[in-house]
Design a protein around this ligand. Structure first.
Ligand code: MN
Length: 288
């Protein structure tokens, strides 16, 4: 079995808004199969630029995938119906835009918002959960029409509160009961929240549609202490054939550094292209 290896463009970027075109050649040259971009930017760039991007990716044999963390004003799990409905409309537009370039999946906080704290004093998240489920039931209809899978990302407690463990995500996707809603696990978040990383992967089983990979401090795979052998065994045991997308963040500064909470240079003096090249080789040997 061989798994596609991707990387999120924000490794190199310091703002979320970006021209993705140059990244296609860059990741191709470095040996990746896939480039993950920002779904909201895909919507905002308009159809002409979107189709050009898709063509460039096709020409170079690069698969495109999309990530998003919905912002608080577009929170599809909001207890405020006006915000929730605005979020649902926004997500529908995004799904259609991604579908128009045959983007196969949108992953991330598609079920709530990010970075998030619960409503003040909240001890029972059921009302927020129910709002999210209500939104997702509507979104999967559009996802099905556009053939785009929505992957809910399991995120650590300091950034989100709705789905902190794989067990919660499995409950969520079972409640939605649609092949268009699946799970994204991320080794960085799992390292904080899961009793067993391999166990979480096995628990996700057929619902796991993408894996974000990175070290415990979000350095590229291969330079830390993430249990890659255990992760490989977990992926093999469930016959996982989805993409492995690395999501390293190592440089402070800008909107990206702030939102990700990078307060120091994690790889001083390093050439990011060289690090990506080393990491893709490592992943190809140990995980793909
Ligand atoms: Mn992630």
């Amino acid at each position: 079995m061989s798994r596609d290896i991707g990387i999120y463009y924000a490794f190199w970027a310091d703002s979320w808004e970006a021209d993705f075109m140059p990244y296609i050649d860059r990741v191709k040259k470095l040996g990746f199969d896939q480039l993950e971009v920002h779904a909201a930017v895909i919507l905002r760039m308009g159809d002409t630029k979107r189709q050009k991007l898709k063509k460039a990716a096709d020409d170079r044999g690069i698969e495109l995938s999309c990530g998003i963390g919905l912002t608080a004003d577009m929170d599809v799990s909001s207890l405020d119906e006006a915000i929730r409905l605005r979020g649902v409309d926004f997500m529908k537009d995004i799904i259609r835009a991604v579908g128009s370039i045959d983007g196969k999946m949108i992953s991330g906080t598609v079920h709530s918002y990010w970075p998030a704290v619960p409503p003040k004093g909240m001890i029972d998240k059921t009302p927020v959960w129910e709002q999210s489920i209500k939104s997702m039931r509507e979104l999967v209809k559009v996802a099905e029409e556009c053939e785009v899978i929505l992957n809910v990302e399991v995120i650590n407690r300091f950034e989100q509160f709705l789905l902190n463990t794989c067990e919660e995500a499995v409950k969520y996707v079972k409640e939605i009961d649609s092949p268009w809603c699946r799970i994204l696990l991320d080794t960085f978040h799992m390292n904080i929240e899961e009793d067993s990383i391999g166990g979480a992967i096995k628990l996700a089983g057929p619902y796991l549609s993408e894996l974000h990979i990175g070290e415990t401090n979000r350095k590229p795979p291969g330079c830390g202490r993430m249990p890659w052998d255990e992760i490989k065994r977990g992926l093999d045991s469930i016959g996982f054939d989805g993409p492995l997308v690395m999501e390293p963040f190592v440089r402070p500064g800008g909107e990206v550094g702030w939102d990700i909470a990078v307060w120091r240079d994690l790889m001083p003096g390093a050439d990011l292209d060289e690090e990506a090249l080393k990491s893709v080789k490592f992943v190809r040997e140990t995980l793909a």
